[in-house]
Ligand binder design. Structure first.
Ligand code: ADQ
Length: 497
């Protein structure tokens, strides 16, 4: 970390990212020394390689409540922390973002909670982010806003800085209008988003859902993927007329970087070590998820538990490893989920493990990238079975780590990844019988069939990596509200300062 004593130059930055979190987390040693390490999560993992070597500012919360640290530099990135008090964190982040919007946007798997005080905090914090971006952005800069926590920022920012080119990308699904319409502040959210020039979504269905909501809630007109809204006769959030393009730009991973890591001897050795410590089973089944109710971990455990019960699989030949990253532990639904999962794992192990042979290995921990790659290499069958997921990067990381061409991917049709990864073993995770059959098929299919599927999946992921995603997004943003021309789509670099 290099503290930046200079204020942002009067000219500001030509490229600005705004996301709820900064890409780094603060670690304070017992002697008081502060260091910053890459923070976990899908968004940061994806953006890390895109932002490498780009001069830009990143506006986000530093990960702890209270006063924000002064802006500082990490490589060419100027990190600009936005402060949040403990109460704001509770209302804007844990409340409105994670207990209202998150369940509503993920098919209402758990009921969303609506609180007016949370909404007021959400609006206030979005104002604060818009203010911070307006401060650091140069005249005519490109601003890339990320995710559902910052849906009002596009309009709030445009009010302050009409000179900016503003894009927003949604990492999670956008719900069908029938669900979205439950939100008491549905019109404000849409008006907030329409402040952007281009809105990127994971799947064409998400973009279509958004367009339909604009039509139904705001009475906007939609032609193809361009939305025209006549504005509103009031002075509330983003009342000016707008023409905006909304389209799918599916996210991916740093394929070259992750494969290079996965090919290192250290990773191969670690993979051997893991397999040995599992007792060298014939088949390792693996799940890797944030501990979130959207990820379908309960349904997966139900299917696995029944397979042990039916005698179709048994330790020591077959073992299941579930890695569940700690997540949102202050939100009630997540605490309940953790208790249920841990009780189920305990029950399955009580019934089906023998001394020295464990049926389910459960790890409620975070691991480094190299260790994750090693786990993927150990997995003969990878279970990615969310009930709903914007994309799911784990599916793409798994096939990238399998440079040996081995392994098999079981993939839920309710992930964004299923749109592209058609050669996976597809499942409907709600259908427990179907899930059990598909897991068995992925275990028992002939090696030739599995290799054919894996090689097709690897080709797909390689053809569309995270750099391609960023280039597509930025080209669409530069061209909005039109589609980018072929010529434009070859120039991917954002303007540098
Ligand atoms: P997430 O819901 O966080 O992301 P995902 O896409 O699976 O989900 O990304 C998780 C990332 O964390 C992966 O890179 C994975 O390797 C890593 N990870 C998971 N468990 C880990 C552990 N125990 N230790 C270390 N690393 C771990 C959101 C959306 C997704 C969307 C992404 C990106 O919910 O649908 O794919 O953003 O847009």
């Amino acid at each position: 970390m290099v503290p930046s004593d200079q204020p942002v130059s009067a000219a500001g930055f030509d490229f600005v990212i705004a996301a709820n979190r900064l890409p780094v987390d603060r670690h304070v040693a017992p002697d008081g020394t502060t260091t910053w390490k890459t923070s976990p999560g899908g968004l940061v993992t994806a953006m890390e390689s895109v932002m490498r070597d780009r001069e830009a500012a990143w506006v986000g919360w530093a990960g702890f409540p209270g006063e924000a640290p002064e802006p500082f530099d990490e490589g060419k990135l100027r990190l600009h922390p936005v402060p949040l008090t403990a109460i704001e964190l509770n209302e804007y982040y844990e409340g409105f973002s994670n207990d209202t919007l998150w369940p509503l946007y993920h098919d209402v798997i758990v009921p969303p909670t609506f609180h007016r005080s949370w909404w007021h905090a959400y609006r206030r914090i979005n104002e604060r982010f818009a203010e911070a971006v307006a401060e650091v952005a140069a005249e005519g800069a490109t601003v890339w806003v990320h995710d559902y926590q910052l849906q009002l920022v596009p309009a709030l920012l445009r009010d302050r800085r009409p000179d900016l080119r503003i894009g927003w990308f949604n990492h999670i699904p956008f719900p069908p209008v029938e669900l979205f319409a439950q939100l008491p502040w549905r019109a404000q959210i849409l008006r907030g988003l329409l402040g952007a020039d281009f809105l990127g979504f994971q799947r064409p269905d998400d973009a279509r859902n958004f367009n339909r909501s604009c039509r139904a809630v705001l009475g906007a007109s939609v032609k193809g993927d361009v939305i025209t809204w006549g504005g509103a006769d009031d002075d509330r959030l983003g009342a000016a007329p707008r023409t905006v393009r909304a389209a799918a730009v599916p996210i991916s991973i740093d394929v070259a970087g992750f494969e290079e890591l996965a090919r290192q001897d250290e990773v191969t050795e670690k993979a051997q070590e893991i397999r040995e410590s599992l007792g060298n089973p014939e088949v390792v089944l693996l799940g890797v998820d944030r501990l979130d109710y959207t990820k379908g971990i309960r349904h997966r455990l139900r299917a696995i538990g029944e397979l042990f019960e039916d005698g179709d699989i048994a330790p020591p030949e077959v073992t299941f490893v579930q890695i569940a990253t700690p997540s949102r532990e202050r939100v009630e639904a997540y605490r309940v989920l953790r208790e249920q999962i841990e009780a189920t794992v305990g029950r399955i192990n009580g019934d089906f493990s023998h001394l020295g042979d464990t049926a389910v290995h459960y790890l409620h921990q975070s691991f480094g990238r190299a260790e994750m790659a090693a786990f993927f290499q150990v997995a003969d069958v990878m279970l990615v079975t969310p009930l709903r997921d914007g994309m799911n990067l784990v599916a793409k990381e798994y096939v990238t780590a399998r440079h040996d061409g081995g392994g098999a991917l079981v993939l839920s049709e309710f992930t964004g990844a299923a749109e592209e990864m058609r050669s996976a073993y597809r499942v409907n995770p709600h259908d427990i019988e179907g899930l059990k059959e598909t897991i068995l098929r992925a275990i028992r299919d002939a090696p030739g069939e599995k290799r054919r599927r894996m090689s097709s999946l690897r080709r797909k992921v390689r053809a569309h990596d995270v750099q391609t995603w960023a280039a597509e997004f930025l080209d669409a943003l530069a061209a909005a509200p039109e589609r980018p021309s072929k010529r434009a789509s070859t120039s991917s670099a954002p303007p540098s300062q």
